[in-house]
Design a protein around this ligand. Structure first.
Ligand code: NAD
Ligand code: FES
Length: 272
């Protein structure tokens, strides 16, 4: 059992849980995720590690209340226990000196930028960060991420904070001004990652994305997380979750993510 020792509401539907998990905290690396079951009867959901503290033996998970299981997880309080957490899973991100990096986080995907920015900064990279949210109230972790950034930009779709528009507006502008970037790393909605890939491709800049398809076993056996990468079928849980954006079939990923929308709506209508 994994005890919850901290809980915060970061936005109206985005929650942070700090959990006592010594074995996972000891081995966690940027880019990795866990699969958890809030209780014995829950489905398994994958969540990327937003942070960890080896001394405190804790991990931090940030998630959006979108479906039955995330709603169930959000109902847990400090002192409650999560039944199962499996991890760390997935291939860690290669952390090294690239030179100049653009990190882009969209919506709840911003949570996964935090371990990356800390690790890339430790390797002395120059980091330009772009965070985007639909509206000011949904923007998370601004100060925590800003302090590791050499340049920092915010967009909101409705213009309530930062620049009005999408993260891609700033990306385009920056790349046309200065092409000297060695890596773009993006995490967020599939459409955002797809658009980013289209923008960076003509510049020939290495672009990585972290994908979150539906997962069940997270061991490469069930096939539910399959994605098409350069016409090959790969499994995000064991071959990813990070992939080269130029090689990912984002349209297929989007289709697979919508597969169970109707069932999810039906389950949600019964309440968590
Ligand atoms: P959202 O729909 O509010 O979008 C966040 C930001 O992404 C927007 O403000 C905008 O700047 C950008 N964006 C969205 N659509 C775009 C487009 N068509 N072109 C350019 N930019 C665009 O995001 P949300 O509701 O917080 O959803 C986050 C999504 O991220 C979910 O779909 C979730 O599944 C996904 N996610 C992915 C990961 C991952 O590992 N890849 C992790 C967590 C969440
Ligand atoms: Fe089953 Fe990846 S979740 S193969």
């Amino acid at each position: 059992m994994f005890k919850i020792i901290g809980k915060e509401n970061l936005a109206s539907n985005i929650r942070l849980l700090k959990i006592y998990a010594p074995q996972i905290a000891k081995k966690a690396k940027p880019g990795q995720f866990v699969v958890l079951m809030p209780d014995e009867n829950s489905e398994r959901i994958p969540l990327t590690l937003a942070d960890w503290d080896r001394e405190e033996s804790t991990i931090t998970l940030i998630f959006q209340e979108v479906g039955f299981t995330t709603k169930k997880l959000a109902k847990l309080s400090i002192g409650d226990c999560i039944s199962h957490i499996l991890g760390p899973l997935g291939k860690p991100t290669e952390i090294k000196f690239f030179g100049r990096i653009i990190l882009i986080g969209g919506g709840v995907g911003i949570a996964e930028i935090l371990p990356l920015i800390k690790a890339f900064k430790e390797k002395n990279n120059y980091i330009l960060t772009i965070l985007g949210a639909r509206t000011k109230e949904l923007l998370i972790l601004e100060e925590k991420i800003r302090k590791f950034s050499d340049e920092f930009y915010i967009t909101t779709d409705d213009g309530s904070y930062g620049r009005k528009g999408f993260v891609t507006d700033i990306l385009k502008e920056k790349l046309y001004q200065d092409k000297d970037f060695q890596l773009v790393y993006a995490i967020g909605p599939v459409l955002m990652m797809k658009e980013i890939s289209k923008i960076t491709n003509p510049f020939g800049i290495k672009t990585l994305v972290s994908l979150n398809p539906i997962m069940v076993d997270a061991t490469g056996m069930c096939g539910s997380c399959r994605i098409k990468v350069r016409e090959r079928t790969l499994f995000a849980c064991v071959d990813g979750p990070e992939f080269d954006a130029d090689e990912v079939d984002f349209d297929e990923l989007q289709k697979r993510l919508s597969l169970f929308k109707d069932e999810e709506k039906l389950i949600n209508s019964y309440g968590a």
